[in-house]
Design a protein around this ligand. Structure first.
Ligand SMILES: [Zn+2]
Length: 85
């Protein structure tokens, strides 16, 4: 669901993805890892930002958190699609 978004919008940033006005999903809703973790890498599956200074090291996310985040991203992805036809 989210990855096809990257095919259509290769430069998609998490900030843009979460930018749809409704339903709103905040950065806090989907934050993972410790401070400095690359959310693009960890949430969108890859990071193609040149010279990205955020941390790409593998992180562990509790399963229940994964489920919650997936639901948030799904909502954000749907909203993004609606606003970027
Ligand atoms: Zn990155």
């Amino acid at each position: 669901m989210i990855l096809p978004l990257l095919t259509d919008f290769p430069t998609l940033k998490l900030r843009d993805l979460l930018g749809a006005p409704s339903p709103s999903v905040s950065m806090d809703n989907v934050k993972v890892g410790s401070k400095g973790a690359c959310l693009r890498m960890h949430l969108l599956g890859k990071c193609s930002v040149q010279g990205c200074s955020f941390n790409h090291k593998a992180i562990t996310i509790p399963p229940e958190r994964v489920t919650a985040i997936a639901a948030h991203l799904l909502r954000a992805g749907k909203a993004f699609r609606i606003h970027h036809k």
